[in-house]
Design a protein around this ligand. Sequence first.
Ligand code: GAP
Length: 444
Amino acid sequence: MADVTMDKLISLSKRRGFVFQSSEIYGGLASAWDYGPLGVQLKKNIQNYWWKEMTQLHDNIVGIDAAIMMHPRVWEASGHVENFTDPLVDCKECKNRFRADQIDEALLKEKKCPECGGELTEPRNFNLMFQTHMGPLEDSGSVVYLRPETAQGIYVNFKNVWQTSRLKIPFGIAQVGKAFRNEITTKNFIFRTCEFEQMEMQFFINPTEDDKWFDHWMQKRMNYYHELGIRPSKLRFHEHGPGELAHYAKKAFDIEYEFPFGWKELEGIHNRTDFDLKRHNEYSGKEMIYLDDQTKEKYVPYIIETSAGLTRSVLMVLSDAYEDEVLGEGDERTVLHFHPQIAPIQVGVFPLVKKDGLAELAKDIEKDLREDFTTFYDQGGAIGRRYRRQDEIGTPYGITIDYDTKETGTVTLRFRDSMEQVRVHKDELTKRIKTEIANYKRGA
Ligand code: GAP
């Protein structure tokens, strides 16, 4: 199997409508990307899969959707104003800017630019939060930030949610939404961008049980990726050493994926202790204390956080699904092995030919399937070419309507991964495809 490269992914994404460069007709905006028809569906499917896994399947996790702009004191309390910084150096010659922690140590010591060899400035701390102003005056009193993580919207609502939903510890609050960071290194397509989406769940626990719950969520989150059909050999844990830990974390493990450019973080699992709630207690003057009504115990809960990138997951899913497959006799195809649950189109429907009523019959079948699956109708070109077009966008099932359909009511059901075909009665299709999705194993 040929290795996937970023060039291949970017080219397929553009050619087939997964991801486009933002503002392309104006020359593009660096680090900003737009999701096309297939990309937005894939992203929504991943989000829905996560949301179901993290809320619907638990009786003690609820959702929230907080505002992106929050009171500026939130970011003082959270420590982001003071600590959410990258050390940057500038080249005095070529004017390029670099993250000091990403430059070769020898070059940094010599203060030598990795691009042109010119002299580098001393490292300066640069805050990653985007700032803007609310209201007509652009003064310091009107500063607001675009949130750099969705988590704080959950922490400031801790009491609201606890008291209105009458949950008891341990319980979780989940949220999906945009976050913004003024990142300096934004290469690698949608991997690291200034505007991105996160899927976060904050689990509130008794402080004495932090190790137990940390281990629980580490395993759960790894299993989630396996169930999503991601190859286990491409996933691993990475524990943060003392120098790597974020200012709020006592312990952190990343789930890493082997992208075409190497092993990189996909999700962070953090023991944030009572850091955030205590700080909000201190800065807002509002008590963030939990009362256990059975034991009468009072405490500030600890938080175990699972924080995954949604837009980064889209890249991970694309990388993992991509294959240039050699089929023999000089034939080859590009195929995306998406898990059928998240494939942007689940079922392609094709009349073998347009004439003799086959097109009408195929359209009726496609309409019926729309209730349960995302579908696509295609009557253009040779049937083999139509299959290949669907393989390239990861459609797991293809249905072909032929002359036998008119006689017997049966259609051909084709499987993307194996390219095998079976005959199924059209009235059995919905049930059969649902069973296939539930039992899907990559390659079969
Ligand atoms: N609330 C904790 C938090 O935000 P993080 O490790 O900074 O932790 C969590 O970010 C996840 O968000 C990362 O694992 C990654 O998937 C995603 N992420 C972070 N910065 C990103 C960026 N600039 N572009 C795309 N995704 C990003």
